[in-house]
Design a binder for this molecule. Sequence first.
Ligand code: MSP
Length: 494
Amino acid sequence: MKKFYITTPIYYVNAKPHIGHACTTIVADVLARFWRQQLGDKNVFFLTGTDEHGAKIQEMAKAANKNPQQFVDEISEQFKSTWRALNISNDNFLRTTDKKHIEAVAKVLNELYENGYIHKGEYDALYCVGCEQYKTKTDLIDGKCPDHQKEPEVQKEEAYLFRLSKFQNELLSLIKTDKYQILPPSSKKEIVAFYEQGLQDIAISRRKEKVSWGIELPFDKNHTTYVWIDAFLNYLTGLGWPHAKENYKKFWPVDVQIMSKDILRVHATIWPAMLLALKEKLPKHLFIHGYFTINGQKMSKTLGNVIDPNDLVKKFGSDGARYLIISQFPLGQDGDVKAEEFATKFNADLANGIGNLVSRVLGMTEKYFDNKVPKSTNEPIIDWGDVKKEYMDNFENFKIFENTKLILDAIKRLDGFIAGAKPWEVAKTNQEELKKIIFNLLESVRELAILIAPFMPETTNKIFVKLNINEKNADKPLKAGSDVSKGDALFQRI
Ligand code: MSP
C-alpha cells in the first residue's frame, strides 16, 4: 500500500505566525488532503510543530521578561490556534520541548558521539542569530544577513563539531542523481554549487553560559546542542520514534518536506548527513518555495513587516484566507504581497467566481425544477477526465498554484457555457434540452466541489449539503429526482 508522509518546518516561537508560515503550512495541508483522497486517511501522515530552543528564543523570552518555558508555551499555542483557524489537518503537532523529543535528541547525540561523528574542537565562524545559521562572507550583502538586515556575530569558541565533511561525496552523488531530490531545479543547482565548494565540519554545540535554553549534550553538561540538531529530529520523533515504532515503520522516510529557501542549505547538508550517520533512509523530496516579500523585503518576524493570517480569516473566512495565501504566486517564486489586492481577488475568484456559479446553477434548479435534480442524459460540459488527469499530474509534481488556475479555468468555461446555452430562453421552448443543461451543470458543480476539496474543504462541504450528497457518495452521478437546495451564498462579496 502506498503511503504519504509530509512535513513543514517546525517554526520558531519567537513571535506569532505570519502568512509566510501559513503559506508553507497550507501548501502541506493541500497536499495532505489530496493524498488522503487518493490513498485513504490512514495512509497519510502530516506533521508540523514548533522549534522552541536556542539563542534567538532565549533572547526574545528575556526581552519579554518571561521565563523561556512560559514564553514558548504561549507562542506555540498561537501557532496551534492559527492552524485551527485555517483548518489545517495535521496528524501531529511536535514541540521540541516535549519530554520524549528531548530524550530522543540526547540518545541520538550519544550515538553520534560514540560512533565518532562528533568530536571536540575550536570553532571560528560568523553566525546570524535571526537565522540561527552560520554564514559565509559571500552570503552577506554589505556585511549584513539579507533576511534579517543585521551583521552576523563572530563565534570563536570551544565547541563540539559534527563531521559533516565526511558525507560530502556520498550526499553530492545522491543529490545529483535525484535519489535525494531537491525541487525546483534552481534549488538543486544552488545546493550542488554549495557542495562543490566543499563541506566543512560544523559546530553543533554552544557553551551553556552562552546558550542555556537548549538540550544538554549528554556527554558534556557544559554544552547545549545546536538548535538545528534538536529541530531536525522532530521529523522522526513526530512519528513517535524511537519509543513507538508503529508510525515510523509505516511512514518513514518522509515523502516530501516543504519549506522556503532560507533553510534549504541546512536541510540539504546537516540533516541528510545526520540520517546517513544514523543509518536511516533519506527523505525522498525537498520542495523549496519562494519568499513572501513586502516592498521587496522578506516578510519576517524579526523585521516586523508581517501580515497575520488570523486577520485574513476574520475578513475572508478560513477557505478565503487559504485560497488568497496560496494563490499569490507559483510555488517556486518570490513575490511581493499586496494586501490591498486581497479583496479584489476574493471577489473575482470566489464571490463572483465559484460562489456565483453555484448559486446560479442551484437557482435555476429551484426555478425550473422545484429543487429536484432533472432526469437527463449525461453529456459533460467539460471533459472532467482530462481535467482530473492534469490535476493529478500537477499534484504529483507539487504544482499547487497551477491547480488553482485549472479550477478557475473550469469555472470560466462553465460560465461561458451558461452564457452560450441561455437556459432562460431554452426554458420557454424546449423542456428536454433544459433538463439536459441543468443536469449537466449540477454534475459540473459536483465535480468542482471534489476538485476544490484540498484547497477549500469548508466550501466543498457546503456544496455537498446543497447537492444533498456526502463525502462517501460524492464521486457518483447525482440521482434524478433527488432534492437539492440553493441555500446561502458561499462567499459574501466584500
Ligand atoms: N525553526 C526553523 C525550522 C526548523 S525545521 C527542522 C525555522 N523556523 S522559521 O519560523 O523561521 O520558519 C521558516 C520557514 O517559514 C520557511 O522555510 C518557510 O517555510 C516559512 N516562511 C517564513 N517566512 C516566509 C516568507 N516570508 N515567505 C515564505 N515562507 C516563509 O526556520
